[in-house]
Design a protein around this ligand. Structure first.
Ligand SMILES: *Cc1c(COP(=O)(O)O)cnc(C)c1O
Length: 466
């Protein structure tokens, strides 16, 4: 389906993009000049109304646009890579619902299978054949897990995985990395304490200090800190949890060697290793980061793409580890809407398409090219921007340095991002509303949209650096 689109990204097309980007526009190169279109009147009105109903007017904090300017967009429609807001402005979307929509918006096969399924009812609270089908599809194509359990969100998957790790090991402490996000799980909404203490300090009100104390926080990409924490606390520690591709606080790509070291240290100290693949799972390849790096964690969590835009999460592990989950074992975990058939249908229709030949190769190649064009342009202009990318994830890093730890991100880059975000909206391009958020390219991002977005990025960055 989208293979033909990708084929166009040949060498000559690359020249075309670069021409577009570097401003050599000819008559053959039909680039629409950007218009300053957007009025956000209806969005602004709806936002005022929403404030009466929801804290901050939203149901998830980052949607409120606190880190960028203006009211959040109220979106009424998504189709392929295009969002339409209530004021009828259109945007090329690089947020993609924060990651789930690897096929873009309103993918026809996903939509049709969901509609077909929902005709038979929305929820039964019983096992369904569709649950089996999605489970089989995943397990048949992922050698890193032998059994899984479906839940309804990434947070729920992580929370359940932690309980499982504690139940299996009989130990309580958890080691996490600064700059990794794992959903709003109590014991993981924690940052490093000051001074020498590695014990966590909660980053949210309402989390008992005693919970935060069970979490040890260390920097990413720091072998010494990892070894020290394990040497000191291994006897009390159930697991180390990491986003193997940390993508919630910038894109803090780790060396494979560090991840392998982490695997080896966990094995050596008899501590379980959890890969939180809610964002990387099915994104950098069908087997996620585990497959990308060829590293076997003990438990893996999934979310986002697995539900094809519906609320689904999952955690999986070996048969032995999963045998600890109720009703087989003593670790209790349940869900009224778990493996909901309509959500299973969306997941199934999505994941099936990811298994088509060359799906990831093409998408990942497009992303690399997209990032390279921005990077080349920035270099030509002498701007300190790099565009780290992996799979179909990219991030605008306002620095020339390669960044692997949260503390290396400069706050002033976020000020630049704020201007950039605004200018991009004016030109019909939607990025997640914070400079710490990564962007996603979907299989529905066609050449025209990407060229349009690159042109808008060029113009907007010129304003940022004026
Ligand atoms: C998004 C995300 C979560 C939380 O998932 P929700 O579905 O928002 O609860 C957890 N871990 C990672 C790595 C994520 O990217």
């Amino acid at each position: 389906m989208s293979a033909c689109i990708f084929k166009l990204f040949s060498y000559s097309y690359r020249i075309l993009i670069q021409k577009a980007i570097f401003g050599f526009r000819s008559n053959q190169v039909k680039i629409q000049f950007m218009q300053k279109i957007i009025k956000r009147e209806k969005s602004a009105e709806l936002f005022e109304e929403a404030k009466q109903y929801f804290p901050g007017g939203v149901n998830s904090p980052v949607r409120a646009f606190k880190s960028v300017s203006g009211p959040p967009l109220f979106i009424k429609k998504g189709d392929s890579c295009i969002l339409t807001d209530e004021d009828d402005n259109q945007y090329v979307d690089f947020c993609c619902s924060w990651g789930p929509l690897i096929l873009g918006h309103n993918n026809p096969r996903v939509r049709e299978f969901v509609i077909e399924t929902v005709k038979d009812g929305t929820s039964f609270g019983t096992p369904t054949k569709l649950g089996n089908q999605l489970g089989k599809l995943i397990l048949d194509n992922n050698k890193y897990i032998e059994k899984l359990r479906f839940v309804s969100s990434g947070t729920e998957a992580v929370m359940s995985a932690l309980r499982l790790a504690r139940g299996v090991t009989g130990k309580n402490k958890v080691i996490k990395f600064e700059g990794c996000y794992h959903g709003h799980v109590d014991s993981l909404l924690v940052k490093a304490g000051s001074g020498l203490a590695t014990f966590g300090v909660s980053t949210s009100a309402g989390i008992p200090e005693s919970f935060a104390k069970e979490t040890i926080v260390i920097p990413l990409d720091d072998r010494a800190a990892l070894s020290a924490a394990l040497e000191k606390y291994a006897s009390e520690t159930a697991c180390v949890i990491i986003e193997p591709i940390p993508a919630n606080n910038g894109l803090l790509l780790q060396d494979k060697e560090f991840l392998q070291f982490l695997r080896d240290e966990c094995t050596k100290h008899n501590v379980l290793l959890i890969f939180d693949e809610v964002i990387s799972g099915f994104r950098v390849g069908f087997e996620g980061a585990a497959g990308y790096y060829g590293i076997q964690p003990d438990i893996i969590t999934y979310g986002k793409i697995i539900g094809g835009g519906m609320p689904v999460g999952a955690y999986g592990a070996s048969k032995e580890i999963m045998s600890h989950i109720a009703p087989d074992g003593a670790v209790y975990q349940a869900g009224t809407l778990s493996a909901n058939p309509v959500a299973m249908a969306a997941g199934y229709a999505t994941l099936q398409q990811l298994l088509l030949p060359n799906f990831y190769e093409n998408l990942n190649h497009t992303t690399k090219l997209f990032a390279k064009v921005i990077q080349d342009f920035a270099e030509k202009m002498g701007w300190e921007i790099t565009v780290p990318n992996i799979g179909s994830i990219f991030w605008l890093n306002f620095s020339k340095e390669r960044i692997t730890r949260a503390d290396q991100i400069q706050a002033e880059g976020m000020e630049k991002f704020k201007v950039l975000h605004h200018e991009l909206l004016q030109r019909g391009v939607y990025l997640g509303p914070s400079g710490y958020e990564v962007g996603f390219i979907s299989a529905a991002h066609d050449n025209d949209s990407l060229v349009k977005a690159l042109t808008a990025l060029q113009e907007s960055l010129e304003i940022v650096y004026k």
